[in-house]
Design a protein around this ligand. Structure first.
Ligand code: SF4
Ligand code: SF4
Ligand code: SF4
Length: 275
C-alpha cells in the first residue's frame, strides 16, 4: 500500500493535464489540444515516476521530451511562435490559441500551482543550457536582473511595431522571429554560461519570461520546504542549487525564493531527508 501511495503524484499530474486536454478539446473543438496536453502530461508524469524510482536523469528526460516537442514540432513544423513574441501576437489579435494558451497554462496561472516547474522540466532553452559544464554557479550572483525588463519591453515593442506598421506579412515575420529569437537565446545563453561559469545565467538575468514567472511563483502551492527538526545545517543543499535559493528558510520571502525551478537537486543531496 505504501508502495502504491508513492505513485499518487504522477497520476495526479496526469489527471490535471488530461482535464486541461479534454476541456480545451471540447471547448475549442480542436483535437490538437487533446493530443498536445496529453503528450505533455504523460511526459511530465513519466519524469516524476522516474524520479520516484531514483533514476538520475529523470528531469533531463522530461526536458528533452517536452522541449524538443515544443521547439521542433510546434515551432519548426507547425510554425507556431511559442516565444514571448508569439504570446503578444495572439494577445493583440484577441485569439486565445497556441502561445496564449501555452503562456496561461505554463507561465502565468500554472506557476500558482507548480511554481517554475516550466523552467526545470520543459523549457527548450534551458534544455540546451543544462548540458553545459556549470551546473552549480561557480561565481556569486550578479546584480543584472534588470536586463529581463529590457528584453521583456523589447519583445512587446517589436510585436506592437509590427501591428502598427500594418504589414501583411506578419505571420511570416513571426515565424522568422521564432527562428532568430531562439538562435539569439542559445548564443547569449551559452556565452553567459561560460562568462559567469553558470549554466543558468541567462535565466537569472536575461529571460523576459521571468517577468511573469517570478511574481506568480511567489504564491506557488508546490515548493521545497525544510523540516527544521531534521536539518543539521550542513549546507549541502545550498551548495548544489543552480539558482542560489535558500531552501532552508520556509518563508515566501526567502533568498531567491522565486528562482526555484523545482529541480530537486537539494532534496536528492540532503543527507537527513529534511527537504
Ligand atoms: S528562465 Fe526563461 S530560459 Fe530559463 S528556463 Fe525559464 S523560461 Fe526557460
Ligand atoms: S536545488 Fe532545490 S531550491 Fe534550488 S532550484 Fe532546485 S529544487 Fe529549487
Ligand atoms: S542538506 Fe539537509 S540537513 Fe543539510 S542544511 Fe540542507 S536541509 Fe539541512
Amino acid at each position: 500500500m505504501q508502495q502504491a501511495k508513492k505513485y499518487v503524484w504522477p497520476l495526479l499530474i496526469l489527471a490535471v493535464f488530461e482535464a486541461v486536454a479534454v476541456t480545451l478539446w471540447l471547448t475549442k473543438h480542436n483535437l490538437f489540444y487533446l493530443f498536445n496536453f496529453s503528450y505533455i502530461g504523460l511526459s511530465v508524469s513519466l519524469g516524476i515516476f522516474l524520479f520516484i524510482r531514483k533514476y538520475r536523469h529523470a528531469r533531463r528526460v522530461v526536458q528533452l521530451l517536452v522541449g524538443l516537442y515544443m521547439l521542433v514540432y510546434l515551432g519548426l513544423i507547425c510554425r507556431e511562435n511559442m516565444q514571448i513574441e508569439g504570446f503578444w501576437y495572439y494577445l493583440f489579435t484577441g485569439v486565445f490559441e497556441a502561445a496564449t494558451i501555452h503562456y496561461a497554462v505554463a507561465k502565468i496561472f500554472g506557476p500558482l500551482l507548480f511554481g517554475r516547474g516550466w523552467c526545470g522540466y520543459a523549457c527548450w532553452t534551458a534544455m540546451v543550457l543544462d548540458f553545459l559544464p556549470y551546473k552549480v554557479p561557480a561565481q556569486p550572483r550578479k546584480k543584472l536582473g534588470w536586463i529581463r525588463y529590457v528584453t521583456f519591453a523589447a519583445s512587446l515593442v517589436f510585436v506592437g511595431a509590427l501591428f502598427v506598421s500594418g504589414t501583411g506579412r506578419i505571420e511570416r515575420i513571426m515565424f522568422w522571429a521564432f527562428i532568430i529569437g531562439n538562435a539569439a537565446y542559445y548564443a547569449i545563453g551559452i556565452a553567459l554560461a561560460f562568462r559567469f561559469k553558470d549554466n543558468r545565467a541567462f535565466c537569472k538575468y536575461v529571460c523576459p519570461v521571468t517577468v511573469f514567472l517570478k511574481p506568480m511563483s511567489y504564491f506557488s502551492l508546490l515548493r521545497v520546504t525544510c523540516d527544521k527538526e531534521k536539518c543539521v545545517s550542513c549546507g549541502k543543499c545550498r551548495k548544489v542549487c543552480p539558482m542560489d535559493v535558500d531552501m532552508t528558510d520556509n518563508s515566501r520571502q526567502r533568498e531567491n525564493g522565486t528562482e526555484c525551478i523545482l529541480c530537486m537537486e537539494c532534496v536528492k543531496n540532503c543527507p537527513r531527508g529534511a527537504l
